[in-house]
Structure formats: structure tokens, C-alpha cells
Design a protein around this ligand. Structure first.
Ligand SMILES: CC(C)(COP(=O)(O)OP(=O)(O)OC[C@H]1O[C@@H](n2cnc3c(N)ncnc32)[C@H](O)[C@@H]1OP(=O)(O)O)[C@@H](O)C(=O)NCCC(=O)NCCS
Length: 180
């Protein structure tokens, strides 16, 4: 399989909606209860691309295999060098073939160029595959919120994992907008 990574466009909204929708019933992948509609995803892609990468992985036939995007960690200005990531593979995309690793490496390379300092993943504590992925990428656990959410009759905790982007230490410059 040939893997291609490209920047998302608003017309990817329906595919992103369908991929995410496949996990909304799961309490160990997301706390979302209702998949937003396609127009909300369209707006999310547009808004994200002003500041952060939103990348799509696809195979040689253009079939979307997964995606990754960034979001602000917290609203206050002082947090603006931090990025929260979301990564999701299509339910039928092959696992353990390096798709998530390829998406993440492109994503983190771009974030570093833009001047961001840290990436954070917020993961349900029973999502072993995601925790293992982030471990393998050098993320470290920086917090465990027990029983943080209640979904489908179960209390679930979340693990916060953090990775520095390698440009910490000096006076921060304003992060650059996302430009391809
Ligand atoms: C988690 C997810 C993104 C991983 O994608 P992937 O393309 O299979 O991951 P990679 O092939 O890049 O894996 C890289 C490394 O992560 C670890 N890893 C990934 N999935 C794993 C699993 N199921 N079990 C154990 N280790 C795993 C391994 O160390 C792996 O390297 P290896 O295969 O050489 O041993 C994918 O399973 C997925 O989309 N799951 C559903 C959605 C989800 O949970 N998203 C994250 C929400 S926080």
C-alpha cells in the first residue's frame, strides 16, 4: 500500500464525519455522544487550518485511511504554544502499518516549523492502542484524571500525554499561521 499525506479540504468533511461516527458508540475511544453533522466538520476543517495542520492519510486510490488535526489546549493566550491533537484511523484501515506514525511525524514537523512548543493527547485510559501509539512516539504521561467522564453507564478516566516539539527554552515567538 502506498501512503499519501495531504492537507484536508472542506470537502473532506463527510468522510471525516463518517470515520469519527464509527467510534461515537465506544466509551474507550471518545466521550462524544453524538457525532456532529457534516456542516460542523466542514467548519472545523476551515477553522483548524487557520492555525493548525489538518492532514489526511490516503492510499494510492484516494481512499481515506485516517486523519490528524490540532486544536488549542486552553483558550487563554498564555497557552497558545500548546496544541491538542486528535488522530483517528478509518475503522477498516490497516492497523500497525505505521499510518498513525506517518500522520504524526508530518504533523509534529509542521507544528515545530510554526513555532509551537508541546503537543498533548487526551486519551481514555482504557484505549490501550492509543496509549501504546503515543508511548512509541515519545509522549510521556503527565496526568491521569480518574473517573473524568460518564458514558453509557460507565465512569471512565483520561490520561494526558505530552511531547515537546524540540524548540522549547528560548523566548517564544508568535506561532505562525498554518500555510502549506
Ligand atoms: C490508535 C491508532 C490511531 C493507531 O494507529 P496505527 O496506524 O495502527 O498505529 P501505528 O501503526 O503507527 O503504530 C505505531 C506503534 O504504536 C504502538 N501501537 C499501535 N497500535 C497498537 C496496538 N493496538 N497495540 C499495541 N501497540 C500498538 C506500537 O508500538 C506500534 O509499533 P509496532 O506496530 O511497530 O509495534 C488506531 O488504532 C486508531 O485509529 N484507533 C481508533 C481511534 C483512536 O483510538 N484514536 C485515538 C484517540 S485518543
Amino acid at each position: 500500500m502506498e501512503l499519501r499525506i495531504r492537507t484536508a479540504v472542506p470537502d473532506d468533511a463527510e468522510t471525516v464525519h463518517d470515520i469519527y461516527g464509527a467510534y461515537v458508540d465506544s466509551e474507550h475511544i471518545t466521550f462524544t455522544e453524538k457525532n456532529p453533522d457534516v456542516s460542523e466538520y466542514r467548519e472545523k476543517i476551515r477553522k483548524t487550518l487557520k492555525k493548525y495542520p489538518f492532514y489526511i492519510a490516503e492510499d494510492e486510490n484516494g481512499k481515506v485511511l485516517g486523519y490528524i488535526y490540532g486544536a488549542p489546549l486552553r483558550p487563554h493566550d498564555a497557552y497558545k504554544w500548546n496544541v491538542e491533537s486528535t488522530i483517528v484511523l478509518a475503522p477498516d484501515a490497516p492497523r500497525r502499518q505505521g499510518i498513525a506514525t506517518a500522520l504524526y511525524s508530518r504533523f509534529m514537523e509542521k507544528l515545530s516549523e510554526q513555532g509551537y512548543r508541546y503537543v498533548y493527547a487526551v486519551i481514555v485510559d482504557t484505549n490501550d492502542a492509543s496509549i501504546a501509539l503515543h508511548d512509541s512516539l515519545g509522549f510521556k504521561e503527565v496526568g491521569h484524571f480518574y473517573n473524568a467522564g460518564y458514558k453509557r453507564g460507565k465512569w471512565k478516566g483520561i490520561v494526558w500525554m505530552q511531547k515537546p516539539l524540540g524548540n522549547a527554552g528560548d523566548e517564544p515567538k508568535e506561532p505562525l499561521p498554518f500555510l502549506e
